[in-house]
Design a protein around this ligand. Sequence first.
Ligand code: PRX
Length: 662
Amino acid sequence: MSDAIADGGALSALLQETRKFPPPDGFAAKAVAGPEIYAEAAADPVAWWAEQAKGLQWETPWDQVLDWDVPFARWFVGGRLNASVNCVDRHVAAGHGDRVAFHWVGEPEGDTRTITYDDLLEMVSKAANALVELGVQAEDRVAIYLPMIPEAVVAMLACARLGAPHSVIFGGFSAEALAGRILDLDARVVITADGGFRRGAPSGLKVNVDEALEQCPAVRTVLVVRRTGQDVGWQDGRDLWWHEVVDRQSPSHTPEAFDAEQPLYIMYTSGTTAKPKGILHTTGGYLTHVATTHRLVFDVKPDQDIFWTAADVGWVTGHSYIVYGPLANGTTSIMYEGLPDAGGRDRWWRIVEEYKVSILYTAPTTIRTLMKWGEEHLAKHDLSSLRLLGSVGEPINPEAWMWYRTNVGGGRCPIVDTWWQTETGGIMITPLPGVTTTKPGAAVTPFPGIGVDIVDNDGVSVGNGQGGYLLLTDPWPGMLRGIWGDPERYRDTYWSRFEGKYFAGDGAKRDDDGDLWLLGRIDDVMNVSGHRISTTEIEHALVGHPAVVEAAVVGASDPTTGQAVVAFVTVKGEGVDGEAGKALVDDLRAHVAKVIGPIAKPRQILLSPELPKTRSGKIMRRLLRDVAEHRDLGDVTTLLDPTVVNMIDTQMRESGGTDEEG
Ligand code: PRX
């Protein structure tokens, strides 16, 4: 364990002067969850979760709440339900068909759509009928590569309706990354769009699918949504327009109920190896988890609130808190297609004002960006509809937390800093807004029914004030059911380091009040702008370039993006400097974008004749991180050749430490 984790790092000093914010009186009085909830859940967590599951519509009730054969869980054994019915049909049946499910806001100004639950039922039914016509059956995996448009939600729910697990791949991934995922899934159907908008300019998606499918001959159908109107390549017999196939379908579709453990989706995420992991989520437990956390953490009143998760459906945050959680609860959500500054730096605040958004959930990296742009963009708009703010994706620094509270929340909105992962399916550590006293930078306490421990290298719990590894001690309903196609990797990755406990990969600590603080990843996973990226995956991409001999990638801390990718690369031959070096660096950055996607592009690449290694030949990544962050290097005498690191350090300082944006 690094010293920074063991002693709680720089946070220790901050904790001394931490401010505390109890829930505002008015808020607590009307909150969905009161303080008794913790004791109720603790008395019998499994029974408590079963109580929550009763909020869903089951065709057949379960016979057993949990079957736990470490590390394989089955929740609500014997129960049968349909996720799409729970998200759509039952709200229409309950008389809420005219409630808005989504206020969709496109990137181009004025391009908006209002979709009620009635509309959504019709859209999902038609899409499900279309997929049936295209031969999609339960268990078939469907890859979805779409921008933030309503069809993305509709496609997900149509798959869920048929018991066909979907795998949404974020639009920022390259053709190669897409191909890798489609092959791993053995998907036969891909749903995409001609392209999307990025600050006014149409960008291509279909073109990436075409390139990816050169490697995926098993794909028989590509369903293409027309979004931008750009020209696209076309393969007759394989490619079909969404509007031609879906629009002519019957608006009614009779759903079938599936087993509670029916696979719902597979979401790829980065781990410590070069190959992304397909995280598998199933139906009954996942829906219970996301509906419960959405209701209680965000204090949701479905007939009043306008809920906005400002994230992409291509990530788990979008799955759980744009799609499944809010829809299971019959909520009205905002779905915004664009970047925060598309059409001006006040775009978000215009949306909040226009739609009277009451709950906003976003990532610290965005909060820091908004902070950098300045308060004047907020001051122009009436943000008084906001009553609750949430944060997710990385540790939120106290300055950003305070800025969020003061400038966005007007000092009156509780902030919920929510810790969770793709693997956990839903929120795991978080304040409850009407109950918990919050502190800037702390996620504070486990959600009711969730077991957490912080341990040292030997698995022994550490006391308050000490840092350690974050473990989840008990199974939870939204937990991943495995890694797609690789049960052994599932066991090894999460359940073997500390026998029988889930090892999250994060460092954490409890302060003297017993409140939880997250300290960041303790493995080779970086968190860049809230995106989870593996150092190994980028190294693997770099060494795949013909000029590269060896590469080491580190995450250097960055004031806006949290971490930034910095790569140290040795090249073939005599090395390259000057113009040729610059050209090679550009080429390498483009190469990483091609292999993984633009989100993985290194901020900086340093060409070096050698990498610093220990006498046993291991690359000293920790030292390279110090170099990347301009820290004092201390004693480097255990290195094979200490001059190497000094040379790299000098080179880094001369280069100024930052390059062009990623
Ligand atoms: O390191 C933690 C960080 O994000 C990781 C999970 O990333 P991903 O699977 O992409 O899911 C992100 C959205 C749920 C975690 O291992 N993380 C997430 N939320 C927080 C956080 N770190 C600190 N505080 C948080 N609130």
